[in-house]
Every structure is written in structure tokens, then in C-alpha cells.
Ligand binder design. Structure first.
Ligand code: 6PG
Length: 261
């Protein structure tokens, strides 16, 4: 599916646009599930770490989204293998901004304590296989996946050139970031395969330092084939999604003069 890019004037507009998109998708998925009589009645929503997603979660809480739609089951796209009390914990960030207002049975965690990353990833895959509907290739299918983008072109914890970013079979894997990425800790991340199978993907990218990633996402297939920069995980991954992809960027990500994308 083609990536639909929305240029927002600033970060506040990006978060507001993302909130509207999430609310609309949850509402649409609830209606779809009722119409088709899907067994998994809750809308599955995979959360991302990062400061841009963090601002969205605060907006969702302020919007009373979790209380208004207890039909949502929350998942994580990636976690750092740190305790829930660690300031580096994606669970802690989401809990403080949003999930503290959600019944705990509506949250499917990726365990990070008293378990190694390999076993945690395997346990999470088992949960995905039992909790989510499977697509025709047997891949668990999220309804909505939220993603951020790093300045190096990573998304979730799929970092350029790492085995995780090239994984094509598994749904969740243990991984390490590249040198220089903080926090430099082991992680568990969902993979390209399960992101590409999702019904809806919302990607939030803000900051001039990510403009080259935007170029890669919007590049033609020919350019991607010939330009090393354009092979970063998020650029290649998003062009092969089967669901709809909304890429929300702020104005300073757009090259001067490119009034619209
Ligand atoms: C993580 C996140 C990561 C994040 C991006 C964007 O655990 O590090 O899942 O993928 O979304 O790094 O983060 P910012 O929005 O803070 O730039």
C-alpha cells in the first residue's frame, strides 16, 4: 500500500493529527469487528517508545481514550530489557502517560525481569499467536501499530544493519542497538513481517535530523535500489506494508520549497 504522508505545521499539530488518526482507527476497527463477528473483539494497538509517541499517549489519556474504549488491547512494539521501574523502560513511559488508566487485563506486556531477551521474545510470540487473528501466511495481525523513527532510520528496535532488521520469519526477536544508540541495552522488538501484516500503521517522525529518512521512505524503488541511505529499516519496511500507512511529519522535516509531498 502507498504511504500516505501528512505534513503537520509543528509537533503539537503532529500529536493532534496522530490522536485523531488513532481515535478514528479504533472506532473503525470496532465497527469492522462487530460487522464481521471477529472473535478477538478488542482492537489491538501496539505502542512504541520514544518522545514523540510519549506525547501522543498523554494526549490519548487527556482525551479519555482508554476509558472511552475499553475495547482496546494494548501491546508493545519494543521494550528495553530493563525493570519496569527504570527510566529507560518503555512500559514505565506508557504506564505513566496512559496505561495507568487502563484495566491491567487490557495490557499484554513483554516481560523484562527474571527472563532473558530470547525467552521473552518467544513468550511474546506465543501470546501474539494466541491473542491475535492470523493472516493467510499465519502471521499474527495487529489492528494498529504505532511507530516512531530514530535519526539513524530505526523504527521499533529494528536498527540499520542488525539481524533483527533483516528478520523475515519470526514475529518478535531479541536484539541489540548499534553502538552509540542509547540506552545501549538488549531489547525485544516486533519484526518487519508483523508490522507489514498490520491493518493500519501510524508512523510519527519529527525533527530535521530525520529528513533523510523521509527522503528514503518517499524515494522511488529505483532510487532505493541504488542509494545506500534509502535501505534503512523504516524506508524499506513501510513500502512493503499490506495495510494502510500514515506517515505524520512536521514541517521542518520537509525540504524547503517542497510545499506538499
Ligand atoms: C525505542 C522506540 C524507538 C523510538 C524512536 C523515535 O524504544 O527507542 O521504540 O523506535 O520510537 O527512537 O523516538 P523519538 O520520537 O524520541 O525521536
Amino acid at each position: 500500500m502507498p504511504v500516505r504522508t501528512v505534513v503537520c505545521e509543528d509537533n503539537a499539530a503532529l500529536i493532534s493529527t496522530a490522536l485523531q488518526a488513532v481515535v478514528a482507527l479504533i472506532d473503525g476497527e470496532q465497527k469492522r469487528k462487530t460487522t464481521v463477528g471477529e472473535l478477538q473483539s478488542r482492537v489491538s494497538l501496539a505502542l512504541s517508545g520514544g518522545s514523540t509517541p510519549k506525547a501522543l499517549y498523554a494526549a490519548m489519556k487527556a482525551h479519555h481514550l482508554p476509558l472511552a474504549s475499553s475495547a482496546v488491547q494494548y501491546y508493545f512494539g519494543d521494550v528495553r530489557m530493563v525493570p519496569d521501574s527504570s527510566p529507560d523502560s518503555n512500559f514505565l513511559m506508557a504506564f505513566e502517560q496512559l496505561l495507568h488508566a487502563v484495566p491491567i487485563e487490557h495490557v499484554t506486556k513483554i516481560e523484562t525481569v527474571d527472563i532473558n531477551a530470547a525467552d521473552s521474545a518467544a513468550a511474546f510470540e506465543d501470546a501474539l499467536l494466541t491473542q491475535l487473528p492470523l493472516n493467510e501466511s499465519g502471521c499474527p495481525q495487529f489492528d494498529i501499530v504505532l511507530l516512531g523513527v530514530g535519526p539513524d532510520g530505526h523504527t521499533a528496535s529494528l536498527f540499520p544493519g542488525t539481524p533483527a532488521s533483516n528478520e523475515t520469519e519470526r514475529f518478535a526477536v531479541p536484539c541489540m542497538p548499534n553502538e552509540g544508540i542509547t540506552p545501549y541495552v538488549e531489547r525485544v522488538t516486533i519484526t518487519r513481517r508483523i508490522i507489514q501484516a498490520a491493518r493500519h500503521v501510524i508512523v510519527m517522525a519529527a525533527g530535521k535530523d530525520k529528513q533523510w529518512v523521509l527522503d528514503g521512505i518517499l524515494a522511488s524503488d529505483e532510487d532505493v535500489a541504488s542509494t545506500e541511505n534509502f535501505r534503512v529499516p523504516v524506508a524499506r519496511l513501510l513500502r512493503e506494508c499490506t495495510g494502510d500507512v500514515q506517515l505524520l511529519v512536521n514541517r521542518d522535516m520537509v525540504k524547503d520549497g517542497a510545499a506538499s509531498l
